[in-house]
Design a protein around this ligand. Sequence first.
Ligand SMILES: [Zn+2]
Length: 239
Amino acid sequence: MSRQISSLLAIAAVCVTLAPAPAFAAPKEEPVDCEQVKCIALTFDDGPSKYAGTLLDTLKKHDAKATFFLEGQYVKSRPQYVKRMVAEGHELGNHSYSHPDFTKSDAATIKSEIQKTQDAVKKAAGVEPRLLRPPYGLADLQVSDIAAEFGMPIILWTAGSKDWSTKDVDAIQKQTLAVAEPNGIILMHDWVKQTVDGMASLIKTLKNKGYHLVTVSDVIKSQELKPGDAFPTPEGWES
Ligand SMILES: [Zn+2]
């Protein structure tokens, strides 16, 4: 071996030795295993609303994750909240662009409603939703086929908070606690001010009951849903 090569090797060895140890990543949150612990997924439809910033502050303060089924037209007008949702570890879903009933829409309209929302979210936050919640939770075979084309399962809910009808902090809390169950998916709306106003108290109570507040993907992990599948299975659907 020539002296030049051996000294190069020596330098290389020194470099390897002195190479800085990989920087420690910021402590990552332990992934929650929802088959082992009590989980619940709060979901917020039709946003981001004008209250989304306040809601995100509360979720952050109480270390709770949620899933937002976004309406493309509001993603376009309030992109800053969508960016925050992703940065703060929440999950995003597609809830159409302008909220038509998909079961009364033609295929071209449904595809355009979904695609425009995917594009708006991508533009706002650099990611694309991987879950679809059709407006009003209404889906049929055509919606399922189109969801499959987009590679998305259809996510409905196990129970509702009825926030849109009661618009009362105590009633929303009482209803949500009454229907809360392990791996439940709860329907809420961030445009209902009382939902946002009561969120800190609701999170505290759910946590006291042993719940981990996680994303939809966390609670459906064991379902192994395929694109186009709907969960929970709507009445009258073949499972
Ligand atoms: Zn909706």
